[in-house]
Each structure stands twice: as C-alpha cells, then as structure tokens.
Design a protein around this ligand. Sequence first.
Ligand SMILES: Cc1cc2nc3c(=O)[nH]c(=O)nc-3n(C[C@H](O)[C@H](O)[C@H](O)COP(=O)(O)OP(=O)(O)OC[C@H]3O[C@@H](n4cnc5c(N)ncnc54)[C@H](O)[C@@H]3O)c2cc1C
Length: 490
Amino acid sequence: MSTPAAGIGWDLLARRCRRLLPARAVVAARQELLAYDSDGLTLHRHQPPLVVLPETTAEVAAVVRLCHELGVPFVARGSGTGLSGGAVAETEALVIATSRMRQVLSIDLPNRRVTVQPGVINSWVTRAVSGDGFYYAPDPSSQVVCSIGGNVAENSGGVHCLKYGVTSNHVLAMEVVLPDGTVTTLGSGLPETPELDLRGVFIGSEGTLGIATAITLRLLRAPQSVAVLLADFATMEAAGEAVRLVTAAGVLPAGMEIMDNFTINAVDDLFGHDEYPRQAAAVLLIELDGQEREVGAAVEIASELCRQAGAGTVRRASEEADRALLWKGRKSAFAAVGRITPTYYVQDGVVPRSALPSVLAAIEELSRRYELPVANVFHAGDGNLHPLILYRADEPGVTERVQALGAEILRLCIEAGGSITGEHGVGNDKRCYLDWMFSNDDLATMQRVRQAFDPAGLANPGKIFPTPRSCGESARRAVSLPEGAGVEVF
Ligand SMILES: Cc1cc2nc3c(=O)[nH]c(=O)nc-3n(C[C@H](O)[C@H](O)[C@H](O)COP(=O)(O)OP(=O)(O)OC[C@H]3O[C@@H](n4cnc5c(N)ncnc54)[C@H](O)[C@@H]3O)c2cc1C
C-alpha cells in the first residue's frame, strides 16, 4: 500500500481506524473497495485505498481527528449517486461513507421539522411523515437512493423545486464535523436567526468544509389537491413557448419538465407501453398544486396556454396513481437512456428560460458535429438542462470527444447568461470551467472561506476549484478537439 501525506502507511491507518470503529466498519480489501471507485459519473474512476463506515457523529469526529493528526486527506461519501465526481477519492484519500448513518433522529410535527442522520435516503423523509399529511419537498430524480448528506453537499434540486426551492431552502440546521474533528452546529432549528449564515455557506460546499452528521429539515403540509398535465408538441420550440406563456401568465407550477423525442421513446421502451406519445418532438409535464379551486383554475389556464403554444393533446392526471406514473417516467429518464447506451455523460447547465429554444437548437447542431447523440430531459421551469451525451467507452478517443462536447455545451450556457451547474455541483468534473464564470479575485475569496474551515486542506481536496495540474490536463484535452469544434477550454 502507498503512503498517506504524513508518511504513515494505509495499513497503519486501517489499524488505527479499527481502534476507533468496529472491525466491519473498515473496508480495506481491494475487491470491496471497487464499489467506491466512482460516483454516478463513471467517466472518472479512482479506487480509494481505504473506506470507513461510521455510524455516529462521535465515530465520524474520531476518524476526522485522526486524519487531522496524521495529515491524511478524506472524502465524505453518501450514496455515491453524484454526477460531478465529488465523492471520488481522486488523489489518495480516506473515504468516510455515511451509508450506515441511516436513523431518523427526531420528528417534530408541531414545528414542522425532522432531524436525520446524513445517510438517510431522501424519499425516506417523506415516508416517515406522509401518514401525518407532511412531506419533504426537494425531490431529486435519484431520491430513492441518494442521501440527505449528499443532497446538502450538492444543494440538490428536483422536479418540485421550481415552486418550493432547492435543498438550501429546506435545511434549518446541521451538526457538522469540521476538518480538524471539532463538532459544531450551523444554523438553529428556527426559520430565521440573526447570525452569519454559515449554514448557507456549508450547503453546496461539496464536502470541502467538513462532514454533516445530523441535519434538521423543514417539512411542508401535503397540498389539498394536485394535478399533472401532460402536453405533447411537434417541436421543442413550441414546448419552450408553452413554458414561457405559463410563466408569463403568473401561474407558478410545482414543477415543469420537458423530455425530448429520444427520451420519450427510451422511457416508453423501459415501461413496455406507450405512456408518452412516441411521435412527439417534446412532452411537457406541468404539476399544479394547492387548494382545490386554485388548482382547478390553474389547470384551465395552463391547458389553454399549452394549446395556444401548439400542443397536440393535453392530458390531465388527477388520480394519485396516474400522476405517479407520469412522474415515474420523468424520474426514470436517465435509467431509460442507460438501457440504450452502455455509457452516457450528463451535463447540468443552466440558461435563462427565454434562451431554452436557441440553446437546445445549438446543442442539436453540436451533437451532429461531434457525431455523438444527445438526449435532452430538463427542468424547463428553472432553465436547468440535462443533455445526456451517449457514447461507447470502448471507442478509441471517445472520452476526449465527449468531454469536449460537454465543455461546448457549458460554454453555450454561459454565453446565454447561464451557469455551468444547476444542481449536480462542480466536483472534479467541472472545476476547470469555474473560471469561465468567476474572476481570479472571486475564486481567491472563495478559497479563503474554504481555508477558514479547513486550513490544512484535507477535506475533499482538489474538488470545485481549478488546479494547475488537473486543469493543465483539461487544456491538453482541448488540443485534441475535432476540427472546427473551436472550444476554448481556457
Ligand atoms: C439517475 C440520477 C438522477 C439524478 N437526479 C438528480 C436531480 O434531479 N437533482 C439533483 O440535484 N441531483 C440529481 N442527481 C445527482 C445526485 O443524486 C445528487 O447530487 C445527490 O444529492 C447526491 O447524493 P449522494 O448521497 O449520492 O452523494 P454522493 O454522490 O455520495 O456525494 C456527493 C457529494 O456530497 C459530499 N457529501 C456526501 N455526504 C456528505 C456529508 N454527510 N457531509 C458533507 N459532504 C457530503 C461528497 O463528498 C460529494 O462531494 C441524480 C443522479 C442520478 C444518478
């Protein structure tokens, strides 16, 4: 085994960890470590030398203190569904996985809050309180597998975040193990407090400021009435126009999602029946919720506006089972595409809603130029695109081509006034593009905040910020672009 930073071997570190944790909580066998070599983005694979599976805050703190004492870098890991390489130990580091921290610690319905350990799966939160008429709003499509700790670290979104906001709007407080092993609390259980909002700084920091070990979440009352509309369109532009009209009319849906023709067919194939119209260039799903009369009126307005934009049919699903089926298709979109292609690379750009049609047309053009199919499924209400670039990993040189196309898509998003990530984070995948959006001064300021939490630089090193080594590699990638691609990585 090779050597951690302070000249201590990984074997010795494993022995020290076994003194702090039960033996079964220390994973050192090569074949078992394989399970931790990537997250949901399989483009980047690095097998870690050692993984620990603590069950309590005290165990996490003891391991982090040991890392601090020995100068060993560490990487927090939840369920490993991230799509930006955030939970991957790219340089040799100890992986601290929270998958055994799965307890709902307390439920406080009068104050509408619940406190959970970080390894609790997103959908379990709603399951724990739905019997009492409550739910937890942020619902990533991966919600049946991703952890609340990962959601906090990525500030995850989901199909219902258009109306209710992303994770940061629903986290009241967190118990956090700082990178020197100190346990602290960020935020309080109250919705508003006067202190500097370090809770907000931690959310979305991708494991670079410490490890969240208990998280207090806001609960919402389940709405009285919910309806889902499914509208199909002959062009993507028409679907985009429907989104514009609905928004301009002042209707605020809980979610507005679009799938393109490729994705529609992939999902219908997965289902084994035609849930969505196969011929449509795009389908738009609109969820409306609230009081019964309010939902009834919103359904009328939104249906009419979809027709005005050129919808073929507008179908309404009011029954729970029908609504669930329509959303299941949307939430299974990545898996459905995954059945068709052995590998895909998901991008996560954001554009102003008005730029959706032109950016989608430009992506189609890029897809032709790079000779790589691109499926589109996205949070249309937020302008958050998820182009899926389909490829075969065994094709020589394809990885560089895929990454170059992904970079061009992000460049398009920035030029349209958008961002390189909406919800999947920067991780190691997009760190070389961060300076497309921020000046050196901006980046230096962010680094100062990071150093205030982690002066020794041990928490998830190399993530988020461009580094000369990693971004030098990406500069070399840019040199091998297809002719005429013209992307400037720097
Ligand atoms: C099919 C599919 C669909 C998806 N759909 C969505 C979607 O709709 N919306 C969305 O936002 N994302 C989506 N994702 C991405 C992913 O599920 C989210 O980013 C999720 O929040 C990651 O959670 P995780 O538990 O898997 O975290 P991991 O992948 O294990 O880790 C993600 C990051 O969080 C850090 N981390 C993990 N736990 C902690 C902790 N306790 N404290 C501090 N840092 C921690 C890690 O270091 C890493 O940087 C999707 C992914 C897949 C595969």
